[in-house]
Design a protein around this ligand. Sequence first.
Ligand code: SF4
Length: 464
Amino acid sequence: MSEVITKNNHPPKVGFVSLGCAKALTDSELILTQLSAEGYQTSKTFQGADLVIVNTCGFIDDAIKESLDTIGEALAENGKVIVTGCLGAKAAEDGGNLVRKMHPSVLAVTGPQATQEVMDAVHAHLPKPHDPFLDLVPNAFGVAGIKLTPRHYAYIKISEGCNHRCTFCIIPSMRGDLVSRPIGDVLNEARALFEGGVKEVLVISQDTSAYGVDVKYRTGFWDGKPIKTRMLELVQALGDMAAPYGAWVRLHYVYPYPSVDEVMPLMASGKVLPYLDVPFQHSHPDVLKRMKRPASGEKNLERIQRWREACPEIVVRSTFIAGFPGETEEEFTHLLDFMQEAKIDRVGCFAYSPVQGAAANDIPGMLPLELREERRARFMAVAEAVSTAKLQQRVGATMQVLVDAAPALGKKGGVGRSYADAPEIDGVVRLLPPEKISKTLRVGEFTKARIVSAQGHDLVAQPF
Ligand code: SF4
């Protein structure tokens, strides 16, 4: 079969914009892997593409606006646009599709995790360049596929959807209930990543501690051996697999259920990074109830204390919402006290902002924007004081640092991260030029470094 050549006389080119969170990023990677396997090329500009795919985010109003604006730009500059991702699944006020309502001329709209539907739409509007019998078909779920993250770290999505119904969140209405990936698939993907040189695997989902709940922790198979579809077994296997490569495994979106205690020995022994991203969102039991948060009945202060006893190195990262509807000054003070006592290492905080379609919009007691913002600022002042004091304690210590940037082999220094820093959301370790002339720094390699000072959210270190 002859190759399809477009009107511009080149193999078909697709422009791709990936917006949103790490989960959306993995969807983008799957689509790009499939496009590349079928011989499509990518274009860095809208004008240079034969068609544009926009992977959207629909989480908060700002993200929705950014997604709609990007679709508008792509339509203006290119004209042929396929929309996928969370916003694609969102309904407009009249019940129709929001994207179609705002941009009726888009070619196709799909929800998230819809690689096949997106590819069907691409095929319909921009035919495949190769003979399908000769196609290089990538393995399912992105094994060794295209990564949008730098080559040395990668996200692994272990499940889709969520069984909870937090009142501020519309993700379950867009992504559906929890569906765990087969554990054998997840481990195969991890193995391909480590073999391909990835030095840090970041486990993501909407609720990592719930992995396998939907399949009743079914026994799957990997490498010919039975293994339960459960967080503990998964983390253990990932840790074992990472060890010969000297690679890191980092856990995100873990809820403080008692079962998480079982992971502490794996962190204490260095099998997985002693780092836990636990989105607490608030501390006051009544606010947590209004939020309908998972594990809202847990005694979180005691739990964090126990984690620190079992694994003194542990770094806890969390996100919070200030000014949730009905939040009283007393409830907010509870949150400040919690922060001071729990000494959460890394913190993000949003002032509550209503999300269209979220149940929280019907909760009485919406606070004025200035008060929500003021509480956010007060919370962040406490959180930053805690974080700064913790970073200061590291001065003088030696840490292992994964190098993310090192121009000229690090002769002028570089930027890296320790186990305490997840990419993009936490601080970094600023590396000074090595003292030894023979020492080089390379992206994707580890170096030992002595911490010499703390600056804001970052550390400054001397590599050796
Ligand atoms: S746990 Fe809550 S916030 Fe997270 S995805 Fe599920 S419903 Fe949304």
